[in-house]
Design a protein around this ligand. Structure first.
Ligand SMILES: [Mg+2]
Length: 221
């Protein structure tokens, strides 16, 4: 992370405004669909039989499943060139801009990705009109959120993510956060496990915006 980005995160942590924390893959940017295309370009395919990467990547010529190490290697290679594959998720940019203008909130991106890829992803976000600061971390998302609200633990928080364990982690840290499940890649939605308690599923960014507006107005009452 550059010193400038670090300063922006620090300023955001000192703010008392409501905080909207957005995951990136499958929330702000498409991930499943471009990762499938990437695998195809390396003679592999992702079969979406279940909600997992491990066990669902196959070598096309033989039909053999790729092992865990191979999948990790593909992910690392993908992250090294993800900026030429990933595109914004439908409605993300416009909706975030509207939420920011309407509700006077702070927005931050929180992505589970090795921090060494920060610069490449930062540039990709900027290119697609996502100007807000970004944290790339491999620690639990709840821990990252705790750091962000440490100066003002009672500031309202909304958290948007496609992976149930991330919601569990954040709700442990901020039990009264608005937890929204959003996933860009529709075919996988039906295969998701039941959402953890306290997590609301939204089908689109428009629906996420409505839920955030409702949550903030309830807090203001
Ligand atoms: Mg994600």
């Amino acid at each position: 992370m550059t010193p400038a980005e670090r300063n922006r995160i620090e300023a955001l942590a000192r703010s008392e405004r409501p905080l909207i924390i957005c995951d990136i893959d499958e929330v702000v940017l498409e991930f499943v669909s471009p990762f499938m295309a990437f695998l195809e370009s390396h003679d592999h395919e992702l079969r979406t039989d279940s909600f997992q990467l491990t066990g669902n990547v196959y070598f096309k010529k033989t039909g053999e499943p790729a092992d865990k190490a191979t999948i990790s290697e593909f992910l690392e290679r993908f992250f090294n060139e993800h900026d030429s594959w990933q595109k914004p998720a439908e409605g993300a940019r416009e909706t975030l801009a509207t939420i920011e203008a309407k509700h006077g909130v702070d927005i931050v991106y929180l992505t589970a990705m090795p921090p060494r890829h920060h610069a490449r992803r930062r540039a990709l976000l900027d290119r697609h009109g996502f100007p807000h600061p970004m944290i790339a971390t491999e620690e639990a998302k709840g821990a990252a959120v705790a750091t962000l609200i440490r100066h003002h633990p009672r500031r309202p928080v909304a958290f948007i993510d496609d992976l149930p364990p991330n919601h569990v982690s954040v709700l442990e840290t901020v039990p009264d956060a608005l937890a929204l499940h959003l996933m860009a890649y529709r075919p996988l939605r039906a295969l998701l496990p039941p959402m953890p308690k306290g997590v609301r599923t939204v089908e689109s960014w428009a629906e996420a915006a409505e839920a955030i507006a409702e949550h903030l107005s309830n807090l203001a009452c």
